[in-house]
Design a protein around this ligand. Sequence first.
Ligand code: HEM
Length: 283
Amino acid sequence: MPHDIEKVRNDIRAILKNPDYDDGSIGPVLVRLAWHASGTYERKSRTGGSNGATMRFDPESNDGANAGLEHARAFLEPIKQKNPWISYADLWTLAGCVAIEAMGGPKIPWKEGRTDRDPKNLTAADVPPNGRLPDAAKGQDHVRQIFYRMGFDDREIVALLGAHAVGRCHADRSGYDGPWTHTPTRFSNQYYKLLTTVNWVKRDWDGPLQYRDEDDELMMLPADMAVIRDPEFAKIAKEYAQSNELFFKDFAAAFAKLLELGVPRGNDPGNAPTAPNQQKHKL
Ligand code: HEM
């Protein structure tokens, strides 16, 4: 019998609204879980990526960049218990897609088929090392280095960062504080509109360098500022500020690509446990 993905989608939709959590939705933190589960990929060594759901294991589970994602994983755990046939790797990536769609974003092409690493046969090489996710304190060179390593180009980088339209920074997780937009549970091109029109200034506060708007209600990370400081990035950001439709189209493709990193498909062995020779594979 084919798996009932629609039922899992409904189960995810049913838990998104949560009046006691942040801005009333757990959608943003689910998007971040899907991204961080996938964003460890390194194309050259074919390691990391969404396959395996390795964020359950040390050292990835304890990477400072993943602080707070234990909440996202805990929110999804009852759905895993209800639908034991789905892998964590599929559930986490699907939840990111369902959340984006439910927050008004584009439909993301998503495919099932990820498998989970078995904790009983885990070796150190199965879990990506810390330090593969971007450092918010850094600028365009770092951002390019991280995303080129995964196999993305400038356009895809700028499109992906538009996810900061939703959610917020938490001082007790990343050390940063506040939302990027006034509508942190609505997925739209607001991030680019604000980036390109607001006069962002350094925030004077007892925390890491971040930027604020005039009313000190919204924030940008140094890494976000790279999107307007770098001329190539800025050109693309302006296109997305002009056209929500173009942003949705490019974002859906880039996010779908992100979630596929490291996933074996057809003749491509990815880096699944069933492909023990993948380390020998020459690119
Ligand atoms: C240069 C790249 C990036 C950097 C430096 C970065 C950094 C951060 C930081 C510091 C936070 C705050 C975490 C917290 O305190 O809870 C955050 C949140 C978030 N990020 Fe990113 N991010 C990047 C790229 C992305 C991408 C590619 C996506 C998705 C496509 C994404 C989606 C999100 C979402 C949805 C949140 C909000 C989470 C919540 O509300 O709990 N980010 N990011």
